[in-house]
Design a protein around this ligand. Structure first.
Ligand SMILES: C=CC1=C(C)c2cc3[nH]c(cc4nc(cc5[nH]c(cc1n2)c(C)c5CCC(=O)O)C(CCC(=O)O)=C4C)c(C)c3C=C
Ligand SMILES: [Fe+2]
Ligand SMILES: [Fe+2]
Length: 352
């Protein structure tokens, strides 16, 4: 009888774990063609604009890409820094810092769901490296089908075609991670020591209402804008409910008083209803009610980007001041902070 000798994996070469950090994406440059290319890829994702493909194709290619691209490009030009788009260069910093923190047993790659560097390139490099395991960390604190769901789908599409599918795990959410809460609370306290704020606004990226309804697999739990005041088994993956839970954790950590804070949703696109209340309405209402000093948070984003720096930090500030408000301050995001690296290292440790 032939005896097959089973040897353990070589001890001289320790097998590594691949960490794929994935953010949403940003244009390669703020030029109109690059912005148009980015918008096309992004908005043709059926999880982002969830309407039948021919309708989405027409909407994106005949309306959004031609008309929105030049306007968006102008805003991206304002946002652009020497190192490029903040969303991407903060991601590059985080990749390098996390690699340093985790050491040589890990290979850390950064990918963007849309544009570059691509998820395909990151996973290709992992495939060639013969890794023991892959850990995918989407950079979205709350779960949304359009973000975390889309990253999962893309990764599974690619890896699903491999002959050998290695062990793979995904981070789902981290809005309730103590380090996430501590970071935003700490960043806010800096501003609260400098002046007194009479209101605290937690503004999250919005999604269409229908995407929230479709996320209710029971078909009986979601009452749209009226059921997100606690998380339970029926709504645990509801984006809106997770955003409200994020606000509650921050309110508790900062000891904010009832009546001095609110949650709202920004960046609506199109005419169909998105989750409410809308940030723009909220800002006008606050200013008209006589609120003078507002501290604004954007805790759906890990890196400052168009949606935080420009939309919350500049556009809503302008709306607030135009309607009688005096002082508007945006709390920065995790960016490349040591606290974010600690948080990510912790997410990795939980999955090895
Ligand atoms: C929580 C994260 C995000 C969700 C949910 C989300 C949904 C979503 N977004 C659009 C349309 C646009 N988003 C755009 C930019 C953008 N959005 C997010 C995050 C979420 N989007 C980020 C991080 C960014 C990138 C900003 C950057 O600095 O590059 C844009 C492009 C900019 C613009 O033209 O306004 C669009 C368009 C939809 C339709 C949607 C639906 C669920
Ligand atoms: Fe968006
Ligand atoms: Fe809900």
């Amino acid at each position: 009888m032939q005896v097959l000798e089973v040897t353990s994996v070589p001890t001289t070469q320790k097998l590594k774990t691949g960490i794929l950090l994935v953010n949403l994406g940003t244009p390669d440059s703020p030029s109109v063609p690059d912005v148009r290319k980015y918008l096309r890829e992004f908005l043709m994702d059926g999880r982002v604009i969830d309407i039948p493909t021919p309708n989405r194709w027409a909407l994106v290619n005949l309306i959004i890409a031609p008309f929105r691209a030049p306007k968006s490009a102008k805003v991206y030009q304002e946002l652009w820094e020497e190192r490029g788009s903040p969303l991407k260069f903060y991601g590059e910093d985080v990749k390098a810092l996390l690699q340093q923190r985790l050491g040589s047993d890990y290979v850390v790659e950064l990918a963007m769901r849309y544009q570059n560097p691509s998820i395909q390139a990151g996973l290709d490099s992992f495939q060639k490296a013969g890794l023991r395991k892959i850990i995918v960390i989407p950079f979205f604190p709350q779960y949304a089908s359009a973000t975390t769901g889309s990253v999962y789908e893309k990764v599974m599409d690619i890896v699903g075609k491999w002959q050998v599918i290695p062990e793979i795990s995904f981070t789902n959410t981290f809005f309730d991670h103590p380090k996430f809460v501590e970071f935003f609370a700490g960043a806010a306290r800096k501003y609260m020591q400098e002046r007194e704020y009479d209101f605290f606004l937690f503004s999250y990226h919005g999604v269409p209402e229908r995407q929230i309804l479709k996320g209710d697999a029971t078909g009986t739990t979601c009452q749209l804008n009226n059921c997100c005041d606690r998380l339970h088994s029926g709504n645990q993956y509801c984006y809106r409910a997770q955003c409200f839970a994020t606000t509650r954790l921050l309110v508790q950590e900062l000891g904010l008083k009832e009546g001095t804070y609110a949650t709202s949703f920004q960046s609506r696109l199109g005419k169909t209803p998105w989750i409410q209340p809308y940030t723009e309405d909220m800002v006008v209402k606050l200013a008209k009610e006589g609120k003078k000093n507002v501290l604004a948070f954007s805790p759906a984003f890990v890196a400052d980007c168009l949606e935080t720096t420009i939309e919350v930090g500049e556009e809503y500030k302008e709306v607030f001041e135009k309607n009688g408000g005096q002082h508007w301050q945006l709390v920065e995001s995790l960016n490349n902070s040591p606290q974010y690296i600690d948080l990510l290292a912790d997410l990795v440790e939980k999955q090895v």
